[in-house]
Design a protein around this ligand. Structure first.
Ligand SMILES: Cc1ncc(COP(=O)(O)O)c(C=O)c1O
Length: 389
C-alpha cells in the first residue's frame, strides 16, 4: 500500500489522538526506519524512547521468535523458566537493594502499582510528586502528573496527591510529612524539556523520605534500561549513588514489546501479600523473552558506554553553535535548547529525513535515539542543523 492509502485506512477506523508524521513505517534496523514509499529516515527519537536496542535487534527478534514457537502466553498462575530468567537478569543489573521485580504492561501501570505499594507499605495515602513530572495517563499516574494539560485531562483526580518543586529540597521539606506514603519523581524530567536536578538533591530527598517514613519511587520509564549510560539513574553517580525504594520501568524494557515493571526493595516487598497486586498479561512469555534479550543485547553490544560516548560527541559538536543555548540530559536522553522555538529545527530535520522529538518546553528539541546510535549518525544531525544557519 502507498502512504495515502495507509493514512486513509488508519484515519477511517481510529480515533485521531496523535498528530502524526506524514510517513508510514514499514521496517527498521538499528537507528534507521524505511517507509512505505521506500524512503529511509534516521530515527533519533527511538519510537518514543522505546527502541533502546535499535529497531528489530536480531538477538531480540530471535528470542521472540523462539519463544513464540514454544508458547505465546501463560499467566502468573504457572511457573515459567523465561519469566524467572528475565526477573533474575533484571534484578542483577538493578541497584543492590532492589531485589524483586513485579511485571506489568506499561509505564502508567508500573507507576500505579508503585504508588499502591507505597500506600500498602506505609498505611498512608498521600503521594508527593513534582511540577514538570509526567507519570502516565491512568487515574493515579495522571493525578501525580503536574505537567501542563495532563492532570486536567484526568479529572476527577485521585485525592491525596500533592505537588512539590523539582530540585528544591526546602520546598520538599514543607510538603513531605509523616502522612506521606510515597514520593514519586522522574529523575530527569523528559517531557518537561529534559530538566535535571543536582545529584545532591537526590541524596537530600532520600534522607528526607527516610526521616519522614515515605517510600521513594524513581519513575525510570525513560531513564532506565541504560538510557543515561547507566543501567538505572537510581544507584548511579547521577543520583549521588542514592537507591530509591522502587524503580518503575517500561518503554525500553522490551525493545518495543509492551512490558512494564516495578523493581522493589526488601522492606517494600515484605509488605505485599498474595493477591495485593495482579495482572493478566504482566510476565507473559513473549514479553519476558523480549526483556531478557534486551538486557543481553545492551550488555553484549556495550551500549551503556556507547550512550555516554555519543552524549559527549553531541555536546562537543554543538558547543558554540549559533542559536543553541545549551544541551541537557545524559546519555541518549538529551535536550537541545534553542534561542527560539525548536519547532523550526524539528521540521528542518524532518525535511532532511531525521526524526527528533519536541517537548513541553517550546525551545527544547528532544533526542531519544537507540543506545546503539553512532557518532556518525549524530554527525548527520549536527550537519543538518548547521546547514543554512
Ligand atoms: C516518565 C514516564 N512515566 C510514565 C509514562 C507512561 O508510560 P506508558 O505510556 O507506557 O503508560 C511515560 C510515557 O511517556 C513516561 O515518559
Amino acid at each position: 500500500m502507498n502512504f495515502t492509502d495507509i493514512q486513509n485506512l488508519e484515519d477511517a477506523f481510529q480515533i485521531a489522538t496523535y498528530k502524526k508524521m506524514q510517513i508510514a513505517v514499514e521496517r527498521g534496523a538499528g537507528c534507521w526506519i524505511w517507509t512505505s514509499d521506500g524512503e529511509k529516515y534516521l530515527d533519533l527519537y527511538g519510537g518514543h524512547a522505546v527502541c533502546a536496542t535499535g529497531h528489530s535487534h536480531p538477538h531480540v527478534v530471535n528470542a521472540i521468535k523462539e519463544q513464540a514457537e514454544k508458547v505465546l502466553f501463560y499467566s502468573n498462575l504457572v511457573y515459567s523458566e523465561i519469566r524467572g530468567r528475565a526477573a533474575e537478569k533484571l534484578v542483577s543489573v538493578a541497584p543492590n537493594t532492589l531485589t524483586k521485580a513485579f511485571f506489568c504492561n506499561s509505564g502508567t501501570e508500573a507507576n500505579e502499582n508503585a504508588m499502591r505499594m507505597a500506600r500498602m507499605a506505609t498505611c498512608r495515602e498521600k503521594i508527593v510528586s513534582f511540577s514538570g513530572g509526567f507519570h502516565g495517563r491512568t487515574a493515579d499516574s495522571i493525578s501525580a502528573t503536574f505537567l501542563g494539560k495532563y492532570r486536567k485531562i484526568g479529572e476527577p483526580n485521585v485525592p491525596h496527591h500533592v505537588e512539590a518543586l523539582f530540585g528544591d529540597i526546602e520546598n520538599c521539606r514543607s510538603v513531605i510529612d509523616d502522612q506521606t506514603a510515597g514520593v514519586i519523581l522522574e529523575p530527569i524530567q523528559s517531557m518537561a524539556g529534559v530538566r535535571e536536578a543536582e545529584p545532591a538533591f537526590f541524596r537530600q530527598l532520600r534522607e528526607l523520605c527516610d526521616e519522614r517514613g515515605a517510600v521513594l519511587i524513581f519513575d525510570e520509564v525513560q531513564t532506565g534500561i541504560g538510557r543515561t549510560g547507566n543501567w538505572f539513574f537510581g544507584g548511579s553517580e547521577l543520583a549521588d549513588l542514592v537507591e530509591p525504594d522502587i524503580i518503575t520501568l517500561a518503554k525500553s524494557l522490551g525493545s518495543g514489546v509492551p512490558v512494564g515493571a516495578c523493581l522493589v526493595n526488601d522492606a517494600v516487598s515484605a509488605s505485599i501479600k498474595e493477591n495485593d497486586l495482579g495482572t493478566t498479561f504482566g510476565g507473559g512469555m513473549i514479553a519476558m523473552a523480549a526483556v531478557l534479550a534486551t538486557l543481553e543485547a545492551i550488555e553484549f553490544d556495550g551500549m551503556l558506554a556507547n550512550a555516554k560516548r555519543v552524549e559527549q560527541h553531541l555536546r562537543d559538536s554543538l558547543a558554540g553553535m549559533r542559536g543553541v543555548v545549551g544541551v541537557f540530559g545524559k546519555g541518549c536522553l538529551l535536550g537541545i535548547e534553542f534561542d527560539q522555538p525548536s519547532s523550526a529545527a524539528h521540521s528542518k530535520l524532518l525535511g532532511n529525513k531525521i526524526i527528533t522529538g519536541t517537548s513541553s518546553n517550546p525551545n527544547v528539541l528532544r533526542l531519544l535515539p537507540p543506545l546503539c546510535v553512532t557518532n556518525d549518525e549524530i554527525g548527520m544531525l549536527v550537519e543538518a542543523l548547521t546547514e543554512g544557519s
